[in-house]
Design a protein around this ligand. Structure first.
Ligand code: GLY
Ligand code: MN
Ligand code: MN
Length: 433
């Protein structure tokens, strides 16, 4: 059996979930559909994260169904049956007999799913499923009235990691950190962004891992584009390169950003912005304390960045004016720092359970076992005409991102082996080690 957790960890998740669902509920969790690229070529398959969380099924078809009645939880995992003709092309399947050792009370062929589920649904008062994951489930759901979404109950559970989940995330952060380090060491001016991508992702693959989101490798001005990932330009001597790349271990993500001069030496303007972003990042990490609010982390990074922008003469106003409304964060510092300070991290890179629910909500309160990113940045795209971009900083884009575990003893930086101090970076870039 190829499961990253003991059966008891899955059944414990299922029990905790059903303890919060009403009596007489049925839960239907599909895995992701395969997506066709063309003809018989499919996009790389990634199992659905809720499926991974509740029963660990990784094949590219499958539905986990569970229900409760009179306090008993029963579950059934519908899976593709063994099929020699298909297995010759696609590989040997676990099959219905094999699936019986997965964390479900029973297993059945997915070929029976539609007829079985229509019979089962009639026996329960509440139907919970996640729409938009599987076309066939969406089609069945059209026939059912009053479908409920289980995510508001599962997401707070996923937000707090168990010790085994933390261990996988530590591994993902360590592989990610070493991948960034390897890319820094092996860079020289005029390197292609794609070559840096290859260093980073090659290291992921050497560690039997793979990316958790498409790697961003932005040289020079490309580093100012928040979700740049074409990675097809050459990085010129004197330019910075922003590398935002992370990997997965057992489905659990890391998400790390480093920005460094491709020739190994920061220019003065680059250094000024880098030092400011690093100061904001360290303040954001320090704010990651047990029982702190989500918003307090954003406040910590925002105050440093806004004050620094004033000090550097980029903004000409008071700190309060630069930040704007202390709830909305809508002041002019947002012209240069236009994204959030971070997000939860887990089975999804932008993991569940983050953000604020309303304008004056302070977001989730942090507790031990939560893992989130802290990733302030400043971006000065030369082509912007809506604001004045100071000549001295034109074309600079800098973000620094680490993965932080909340503990009773304060924040633990899971990606701490990835260099980020200026002296460390200048030592390692181009060193070949
Ligand atoms: N890699 C996407 C992000 O940092 O949120
Ligand atoms: Mn991130
Ligand atoms: Mn990132």
């Amino acid at each position: 059996m190829d499961l990253p957790f003991d059966t008891s960890e899955y059944t414990n998740r299922q029990e905790r979930l059903f303890a919060q669902l009403p009596e007489s509920s049925i839960l239907i969790i599909p895995t992701n559909d395969r997506k066709i690229r063309s003809n018989d070529v499919v996009y790389p398959f990634r199992p659905n994260s809720y499926m991974l969380y509740l029963c660990g099924w990784k094949e590219d078809e499958g539905v986990f169904v569970a229900h409760n009645q009179s306090g008993n939880i029963e579950s059934i995992l519908f899976v593709p049956p063994r099929d020699t003709k298909k297995e010759i092309w696609e590989g040997i399947r676990i099959g219905v007999d094999g699936a019986k050792s997965w964390p479900a009370s029973n297993a059945s062929s997915i070929e029976n799913f539609e007829s079985e589920i229509l019979k089962m649904i009639g026996q329960f008062d509440n139907v919970f499923t996640i729409l938009g994951v599987s076309n066939s489930i969406d089609n069945i759901a059209k026939e059912i009235e009053g479908i409920k979404d289980p995510r508001p109950i599962i997401d707070p559970m996923r937000r707090v990691k168990s010790s085994r989940e933390i261990q996988y995330m530590r591994e993902a952060a360590e592989i990610g950190s070493q991948a960034h380090k390897f890319a820094m060491a092996n860079a020289t001016p005029e390197i292609g962004e794609w070559e840096i991508q290859s260093s980073v992702e090659g290291h992921f693959m050497n560690c039997k891992s793979r990316w958790s989101y498409p790697s961003i490798v932005g040289g020079g001005e490309n580093g100012t584009i928040l979700h740049y990932n074409t990675n097809q330009s050459v990085v010129k001597d004197g330019d910075l390169v922003l590398v935002d790349a992370g990997c997965e271990v057992q489905g659990y993500a890391s998400d790390i950003t480093r920005t460094w001069p491709v020739n190994g030496k920061f220019t003065e303007p680059q250094r000024e912005i880098y030092e400011l972003v690093l100061k904001a990042e360290l303040a954001g990490i320090e704010a990651c304390q047990n029982e702190s609010s989500w918003v307090s982390i954003h406040t910590a990074t925002s105050e440093i960045l806004a004050a620094g922008l004033i000090e550097l003469g980029i903004l000409d106003c008071t700190l309060e004016e630069a930040i704007g409304d202390p709830v909305e964060f809508n002041g002019p510092y947002r012209n240069f720092f236009m994204h959030g300070t971070g997000h939860f991290l887990g089975l999804d890179v932008h993991d569940v359970g983050g953000g604020r629910q309303g304008d004056d909500d302070k977001g989730p309160i942090l507790e031990p076992g939560m893992i989130l990113t802290v990733e302030p940045g400043l971006y000065f795209s030369s082509w912007r005409t809506d604001i004045i971009i100071p000549e001295r900083y034109s074309g600079i884009g800098i973000r620094i991102e680490d993965d932080i575990l909340i503990t009773d003893e304060g924040p633990v930086v899971l990606s701490s082996s990835c260099p980020k101090e200026i002296s460390e970076i200048e030592d390692i870039v181009g060193s070949g080690i």
